[in-house]
Structures are given as structure tokens and as C-alpha cells.
Design a protein around this ligand. Structure first.
Ligand code: NCD
Length: 310
């Protein structure tokens, strides 16, 4: 039976079964020109008359703009804010009142906020679907959907993969949600390569997860031994740390490419700072820009699904 997403909140990747994940990814193919011979004009009217409200309490480029684009590509109107100084919260309005007001003007709320649990809080207030677009250092489930979509497109499968997460697993929400999602598929092995002290929190670990805390100068050596199918790199998110983050920095560059297996790919949710050298971009192993584009197709599908229009 087709999973039913109508009216559902998308808050936590734990709420998805493997079948539901696959269903969203299959639906996303309907929006991806790589799977369609020509663009499907009927997509433009899927959610006509519906309004998406984008509530961005934290900076974003990809997530906000791809949701904005995805909503419009399926015929929706878009409202919202990304600068609190231009909202009544600046005058002291509460989070609760802001959610209530925005829900009365829209059909789906898409929220990014610096606090863990904020999307859940919004969902408890609102009666329309709420989509978590990143809640502090907790999770980023729609990023995980696009990460899975990218992996499926690249490898034709989501199981029996060896994945090296590289960077800060402690605070990095996209790695948290990806770790949980990959455990739903059989035979995946996840390795968390991080500076010591930035290992994955217990709640996001599972039987097939292994921490590999290292001196990040030994990254290439570690990857050479590990032979992963996927490197999933990430920024060191200094906004969640009090200490100087320079000591945690690492670099993926041409020397790294030289030690990787032939079919290994490098993913990154972006933005990058200096952890992936632009000299890597021209390698066929570098798929992070395709990954970012895939986000739009996945978000078109997800919006259509939660609105009950697909
Ligand atoms: C990520 C995020 O915001 O969690 N970016 C994104 O949504 N593509 C990763 C990051 O901020 O480093």
C-alpha cells in the first residue's frame, strides 16, 4: 500500500520506515529531469493555491532557496522571513504567537531554528504540516532525504555501503540524521572520522556505527586503510562551539583523491569553508553540487506529499 503523508509533520528521521523513505525518493524521481525524458508540465500545477511559509531563524542558502524554488515549481505561493529584525519577534512577540500567525496564512510551515527541538515545538502548536529544515545541532531530515536520493542515484542502492563521515559528528545535524537513516538499510557500515572529542552522540549511533577519532592530519592515511564507498564531509560548525575551532580543521584535497578507491564519491551538504579544497571539484568523485541540486527534486516531492497533492 502507498504510504500516506498527507498532513504529516517531517520532524525526525526516526519517524520514517525504510519503505516510506524509499517512497519519497521514488516520488522525487518524478521531478528530476535525469529520470524524465522531458520536464513534466503537469508538475507545475500540483499544489496550485497552496502557500508555503518559510520561517528561517538561522542563516541558510541551499535549504531555504531550494524549498522556495521547489514550492514554486509545483505551483505554490511562498511567504516567510529570514531576518528576525524585520518581524514582530524583534518587538518581543513570542515563538508561539509567531507560529500561530504564520499558520493562519499558509498550508505548510518550513522552519529552521538554532534550538534543538524547535521544529517539534512548532508542530505541537500548528495544525498544518511542519517541516524541520534544521533544528540546531539536532537533525536535518530533508537534507537526509536528499543525501539518500543522491546515494541511490549514484550507486543504485542504499544498502551494503561503507560510509565515512568526516568532520564534527557531535554537533553536525546532517550526519546525525544520515547515520540513523542508513541503519534502516541492511549491511551499511558507518565510520565517524572526527577530531577527538567530536564523536557522534549516543542517540544517533547504532550497531553498525563505529567512531574513529583521529588526529585529523592522519585523515588520508585513515581513508586509505578504510576504503570507503562514500566520504560524507562536513564543516566544523563553530556557531555551536565555545572553543577555538581552528584546531579541528582538516583538508580534503588532491592528495586525498589519490588514496581513495576508484568508485568512492565525496559528498558534503555544503556550505564548505576550507575542508574540501576547490581543486577537488573537477574530479568525478566530487558530487556535492549535484547533491545540492537533488534537494530541489526531493523537496518538490515532499511538499506535494504532505499537502496530499501527490
Ligand atoms: C547544513 C545545515 O544547515 O545543517 N547545510 C545545509 O542545509 N545544506 C550543513 C552546514 O550548515 O554546515
Amino acid at each position: 500500500m502507498k504510504p500516506n503523508f498527507k498532513g504529516r509533520d517531517i520532524i525526525d528521521i526516526n519517524d520514517f520506515s525504510k519503505e516510506e523513505l524509499l517512497f519519497v525518493l521514488e516520488t522525487a524521481k518524478e521531478f528530476d529531469p535525469d529520470y524524465l525524458k522531458r520536464s513534466k508540465r503537469s508538475n507545475y500545477t500540483i499544489a496550485q493555491g497552496e502557500i508555503a511559509a518559510l520561517l528561517f531563524f538561522e542563516p541558510s542558502t541551499r535549504t531555504e532557496q531550494s524549498f522556495r524554488s521547489a514550492a514554486q515549481k509545483i505551483g505554490m505561493g511562498v511567504i516567510g522571513f529570514n531576518d528576525l529584525t524585520l518581524t514582530s519577534m524583534h518587538k518581543g512577540e513570542t515563538f508561539t504567537d509567531t507560529i500561530r500567525i504564520m499558520e493562519s496564512y499558509s498550508n505548510v510551515l518550513i522552519i529552521r531554528h538554532p534550538e534543538a527541538g524547535s521544529a517539534k515545538k512548532a508542530a505541537d502548536i500548528a495544525s498544518i504540516p511542519v517541516i524541520n529544515a534544521g533544528d540546531g545541532p539536532n537533525q536535518h531530515p530533508t537534507q537526509t532525504l536528499l543525501d539518500l536520493y543522491t546515494i541511490l542515484k549514484q550507486f543504485g542502492r542504499l544498502d551494503n555501503l561503507k560510509v565515512a563521515l568526516v568532520g564534527d559528528q557531535k554537533h553536525y545535524r546532517t550526519m546525525h540524521a544520515l547515520s540513523i537513516a542508513l541503519f534502516k538499510f541492511s549491511g551499511n557500515q558507518i565510520f565517524g572520522i572526527s577530531p577527538k572529542g567530536l564523536e557522534m552522540p549516543a542517540e544517533f549511533k547504532h550497531a553498525n556505527y563505529q567512531d574513529l577519532p583521529i588526529d585529523m592530519n592522519k585523515l588520508n592515511e585513515t581513508l586509505a586503510k578504510l576504503k570507503p564507498d562514500i566520504i560524507y564531509a562536513g564543516r566544523i560548525p563553530k556557531e555551536y562551539m565555545k572553543e577555538d575551532t581552528k584546531k579541528y580543521s582538516y583538508h580534503i584535497n588532491k592528495q586525498t583523491l589519490a588514496v581513495l578507491p576508484k568508485n568512492c564519491v565525496i559528498m558534503h551538504p555544503l556550505p564548505r569553508v576550507d575542508e574540501v579544497d576547490p581543486e577537488v571539484d573537477s574530479s568525478p568523485k566530487a558530487i556535492y553540487f549535484t547533491q545540492a541540486r537533488n534537494g530541489m527534486y526531493v523537496r518538490e516531492a515532499l511538499l506535494g506529499l504532505v499537502l496530499g497533492r501527490i
